[in-house]
Design a protein around this ligand. Structure first.
Ligand code: SF4
Length: 63
């Protein structure tokens, strides 16, 4: 289980995270939002891949 956040000041709304992991991320008004309070372990690998792919390192994963 992990808490996942997006730094909205950094996010450019590129859509990489929501394309890679739509279960967790969605775009709202050109900013990525996390759809849940806590992310279950089975989604974490996909979240981490999205975080590594974020061009501005706006995704924060706290395990
Ligand atoms: Fe924002 Fe990063 Fe997601 Fe792109 S990949 S929408 S910059 S959080």
């Amino acid at each position: 289980m992990a808490v996942v956040r997006v730094d909205e000041d950094l996010c450019t709304g590129c859509g990489v995270c929501s394309d890679m992991c739509p279960d967790v991320f969605e775009l709202e008004d050109d900013v990525a939002k996390v759809r849940m309070e806590e992310v279950e372990d089975d989604l974490l690998d996909s979240v981490k891949e999205a975080a590594e792919s974020c061009p501005v390192e706006a995704i924060i994963v706290e395990e």
